[in-house]
Ligand binder design. Structure first.
Ligand code: PGA
Length: 252
């Protein structure tokens, strides 16, 4: 059966000492509990190796927030999937709406990134989600379906099975405006149906689909209680160990 997962996305926050301290705090908090989910933190590239040194990988998974769409070479300032993997990280967030919106990441680019991540043993946490206009004009199902089909449906069933998906309605990210648990469930069930149509019931049932967008301790329980919501991708609330743990412990 699919896993429940809570993943933090620190985005471009914390200096290295602050990040190491936060990772230590989350790691320490996890030592006292047996969460009903896998727990991951995705941190800035600069923090990967030092954070990996201070966490217990059996309790806390480590991921990057992005990787390059090339293996190596003359791409000044980029960080490749093999580089990320060499830090000890096991996950990489790909296709986050901020990357799509501010850095022009298209499905074509994301396809390359997903392939390189998988080749290097990294588990992509692949983000999809509609903007407000698409929610309001009713095209949100089509938009999300196209994002999945364009970037992911060339994968074999075996490779697709390695992915984690994160549905993040862009209008809910960092806005304090969460999708209702019913809106999340409706979309997650739809996404699972899209996966089933391509890869069959077993792959669809085994794919973890996380919700992201203003998820916090106060709304996590209701969201995670929905049958097709398998956890969360957490931005703002992952920057404080206590609030992050409040979400980690929200599974009944
Ligand atoms: P948020 O961000 O929890 O701050 O809304 C979620 C995300 O962008 O992954």
């Amino acid at each position: 059966m699919r896993k429940n997962i809570v993943a933090g996305n620190w985005k471009m926050n914390t200096t290295l000492p602050e990040g190491v301290a936060l990772a230590k705090a989350v790691n320490a908090a996890l030592c006292g509990v047996t969460p009903k989910c896998d727990v991951i933190i995705a941190v800035p590239f600069t923090h990967l190796a030092p954070v990996n040194d201070v966490i217990d990988n059996s309790k806390l998974g480590l991921g990057a927030e992005n990787c390059a769409d090339h293996r190596s070479g003359a791409y000044t300032g980029e960080v490749s999937a093999p580089m990320v993997a060499s830090t000890g990280a096991k996950y990489v967030i790909l296709g986050h709406s901020e990357r799509r919106q501010y850095y022009g990441e298209t499905s074509e680019i994301l396809k390359e990134k997903v392939n390189l991540a998988l080749e290097n043993g990294l588990t992509p946490i692949f983000c999809i989600g509609e903007v407000l206009e698409e929610r309001e004009n009713g095209t949100f199902f089509d938009v999300v379906k196209a994002q999945i089909e364009e970037a992911l449906f060339d994968l074999s069933a075996e490779d697709f099975s390695k992915l984690i998906l994160a549905y993040e309605p862009v209008w809910a990210i960092g806005t304090g405006k969460t999708a209702t648990d019913d809106q999340a469930e409706e979309m997650h069930a739809y996404i699972r149906g899209v996966i089933e149509g391509k890869y069959g019931n077993e792959v669809a049932e085994n794919t973890s689909i996380l919700y992201g967008g203003s998820c916090k301790p106060s709304n996590a329980k209701a969201l995670f209680a929905k049958p097709n919501v398998d956890g969360g991708l957490i931005g703002g609330a992952s920057l404080d160990a206590e609030s992050f743990m409040g979400i980690v412990t929200a599974f009944e």
